[in-house]
Design a binder for this molecule. Structure first.
Ligand code: CDP
Ligand code: MG
Length: 753
């Protein structure tokens, strides 16, 4: 209110600084400069650089006298901490007063854009309101897409709890390789990628009365493609209601795209968040984040902390660092509950972040971008934002993910992810997480200057920086031939589209007129990368589907199969090497799977062999799913035990793009782009150095490494990819003549676009 604001102003611009100074004992190193978010909101020009005292070193905290029992900042009383009942929570949400208005607006309009702050109740409440309003009568479902599978799962769990159902019955979710729905399901949460696949079996989405495209502002590749598709079907299905729901200010853009659909705004309830910047750039943001967590913990009043990390590895590292440092501090500090959250975390662990913090303790949540808008965690008062996220980077010119000197990893579509600075929009979303329950603080581990001058305003939509192979194949299967004129909100770069078409042509999924082939149609059935689905389908010809399924499943979890405890490194490495098979790493993976199968999927066996049982279980699930899909495309699960040539040919049929040759200088070079690459030291072929290799993926650490490689013969390349390789490219200097290539050229395939 007015009064409150005035009071705040009376405290003067140096109020925060003074309070911080009072809050800290002794001399400490200056680290943060602060900027009052409220001032910014009032558009005052002067950016006052507050000096906030923060300490670099843990010794400082140790020197504090029992900081956990400071008297000036009493803990919240029991009643304030009390967990609200489900009904109380529902009624307290910002969306609640607008329930009737929202239902009325839906009655009136076919397409509605909904805009509301994260945590206002859009995702969890709207499907329930619509159920109450009768939208699930007549065996119709309400669908709601989520860009992230963790969000789909956790939101479905929450809503089924709120409605008093068992998860998977009336309320369920569907994510890749996991369908947790039933005949009875009326509210279905799913990843945007899964809805895209549903179009294949139900092109008019006939089973749905309402489709909610949620988190639209995230602009993921799949969400962007969905925009075009749902807009199209809304035209011939006037009974289908469409809701486009977004957390930020893109509402006008969505409205424009959907023929000026009305915007329904849910007024936010946000408390002020003070923003602090570091005075100088942080050399090591992970360490800075960890130190900041501890500083907040010992100096700040009750309230949980949310830290944004770029991925699982960072979360695990900082988790360890925090565990170690809090252990050292022992009873000198209050209890700090450290909770990670990322996509691959098992769901029972994920659920933990929603449990209320016990009185006297403090929760710190180490999260990926998922906590930016997809998940709302109550009780957060402090946000630490290092200012980075992981994004895919794709170079349309070469069709390779671009090479950057930062650690990279892979997303679910096996694309390289690069650590990049976030956008201003993201930074502000992150800060907003601190102001949901009361006034909060956001600590940005970058300078105010960097925020102003180095961060882009908005994140570039994924469709403009990613490989489109999968999506193009899917759209072609839906009968959408003219992709250049597809109704994209922001079209992808022309070269990326052409490259995807070329790649699909080389794989045999498209003919030289750019039309889907029978092979392409079958490939589209598989929710995996086109190269992978080609490999699976090629196993029919080479009669080794059984083995290829196991290899595919193992590759899909391949980064987490081996367990390597620090105190048993030698044992673990020996165990791993004992699985090696001649021919390469795919065969090693197959060997592991088959041995595990023989033990009847034993946990003990995994333990003894330093294999992660959880990953193996996941591989088994994936394999079961793939086997079901194989039946659907009517491929018999045949087996050729011991025929590694058949297996390696099937792999080559999918991954011939990934060929490397040993050059005269003793280095490996990729055949198409002449890029220097090395065999990963963990590979069974690290010492063998065969002349021709196929790699599954490239990872960049200190050098560009090929991970998961097999040995092949160059003649196989002409056998499996006559469209792609010319015999001249494949001469290996041994004097052996290669057979002539009679395939079509690249120009043939792109001419028609
Ligand atoms: O979608 P939106 O960001 O508008 O909000 P929501 O996800 O529907 O969340 C509304 C409220 O539901 C949150 O503030 C939480 O109190 C609660 N919630 C929860 O307790 N557990 C979840 N997994 C999701 C939401
Ligand atoms: Mg939401």
């Amino acid at each position: 209110t007015e009064k409150y604001e005035e009071d705040e102003t009376e405290k003067g611009p140096n109020y925060e600084q003074k309070r911080w100074e009072e809050d800290h004992v002794g001399a400490a190193i200056m680290r943060f400069g602060a900027k009052d978010a409220k001032e910014k909101a009032r558009e005052k020009k002067s950016v006052k650089d507050y000096d906030v005292i923060m300490d670099e070193e843990i010794e400082f905290i140790q020197a504090l006298q029992m900081p956990g029992t400071r008297k000036d900042e009493p803990d919240l009383s029991e009643s304030e901490m009390k967990k609200l009942t489900i009904e109380e929570t529902q009624k307290s949400l910002p969306i609640y007063p607008f329930k009737e208005d929202l239902i009325a607006a839906m009655e009136e309009h076919q397409v509605l854009i909904i805009e509301g702050e994260t945590g206002s109740g859009k995702t969890t409440q709207i499907p329930q309101y619509l159920t109450q309003a009768g939208y699930t009568r007549g065996e119709k479902k309400i669908g709601c897409t989520q860009p992230r599978r963790v969000a789909a799962m956790s939101v479905a769990a929450r809503v089924s709890e709120e409605m008093g159902y068992k998860l998977g019955n009336e309320v369920g979710y569907s994510i890749r390789f996991e369908d947790c729905t039933s005949e009875r399901t009326i509210i279905k949460y799913m990843t945007d990628g899964m809805l895209l696949r549903e179009f294949l079996s139900e092109p008019d989405l006939g089973g749905y009365s309402v489709m909610i495209i949620d988190e639209a502002h995230e602009r993921t590749l799949h969400t962007d493609v969905l925009f075009g598709l749902v807009k199209d079907i809304a035209r011939f299905r006037p009974d289908l209601k469409l809701l486009i729901s977004s957390a930020t200010l893109d509402a006008e853009k969505f409205s424009e795209f959907f023929d000026d659909a009305p915007i329904f705004r849910i007024p936010g309830r946000r408390y002020p968040v003070d923003i602090y910047y570091t005075k100088a750039p942080e050399a090591d943001y992970l360490d800075a984040a960890v130190v900041s967590v501890l500083q907040i913990h010992v100096t700040q009043p009750t309230g949980d902390i949310l830290v944004f990390m770029t991925g699982q590895e960072e979360i695990e590292t900082s988790n360890e660092m925090l565990q170690e440092r809090t252990r050292k501090l022992g009873s000198k500090i209050k209890e700090l509950i450290i909770l990670p959250i990322y996509a691959n975390l098992p769901s029972d662990m994920q659920a933990k972040i929603f449990e209320p913090t016990p009185p006297g303790a403090r929760k710190v949540i180490l999260a990926t971008n998922i906590a930016e808008t997809s998940l709302t965690i109550d009780g957060i008062k402090y946000v630490i934002d290092p200012g980075f996220c992981k994004q895919n980077s794709y170079n349309a010119r070469t069709g390779m993910e671009s090479l950057v000197v930062t650690p990279i990893s892979k997303n679910s579509r096996n694309e390289s992810l690069v650590v990049t600075p976030i956008s201003k929009a993201s930074a502000n979303q992150r800060a907003g997480r601190a102001g949901r329950v009361s006034a909060g603080k956001c600590f940005r581990l970058y300078t105010a200057w960097a925020y102003k001058n180095e961060l882009e305003d908005n994140t570039i939509p994924e469709i403009q920086r990613t490989n489109l192979g999968n999506v193009v194949l899917l759209l072609k299967s839906l009968g959408i031939n003219d992709l250049i004129h597809f109704d994209f909100m922001d079209p992808p770069p022309h070269e990326t589209l052409v490259l995807a078409l070329e790649q699909l042509y080389a794989l045999g999924a498209l003919n030289n007129r750019g039309e889907l082939t029978k092979l392409g149609r079958r490939m589209a059935e598989f929710p995996v990368d086109p190269m992978m689905s080609k490999m699976i389908l090629a196993s029919e010809q080479y009669q080794c589907a059984k083995e290829i399924l196991s290899i595919t499943a193992m590759l899909s979890v391949n980064n987490s199969i081996f367990y390597r405890p620090k105190d048993k490194v030698v044992h673990a490495d020996t165990a791993r090497q004992n699985f090696f098979r001649p021919g390469g790493d795919h065969l090693t993976l197959l060997n592991i799977y088959e041995q595990w199968e023989e033990t009847d999927y034993s946990t003990q066996w995994c333990f003894e062999n330093f294999i992660q049982h959880r990953s193996m279980k996941r591989a088994r699930d994936v394999r079961d799913q793939l086997e079901g899909l194989l039946e659907r495309v009517e491929i018999e699960v045949t087996s050729k035990p011991g025929d590694t040539i058949a297996l390696r040919k099937a792999i080559t049929a999918g991954f011939f793009y990934h060929t490397a040759r040993l050059s005269k200088g003793g280095n490996y070079r990729t055949v198409k782009h002449q890029q220097t690459v090395m065999v990963h030291p963990n590979s069974s072929l690290f010492e063998d150095r065969p002349r021709w290799l196929i790699y599954h993926e490239l990872v960049f650490t200190t050098k560009e490494f090929m991970r998961q490689v097999i040995e092949i013969e160059n003649s196989w390349l002409l056998e499996v990819a006559p469209h792609y390789y010319k015999s001249k490219e494949l001469e290996d200097g041994s004097g052996k003549k290669m057979p002539k290539n009679t395939g079509k050229t690249r120009e043939d395939v792109t001419r028609n676009y």
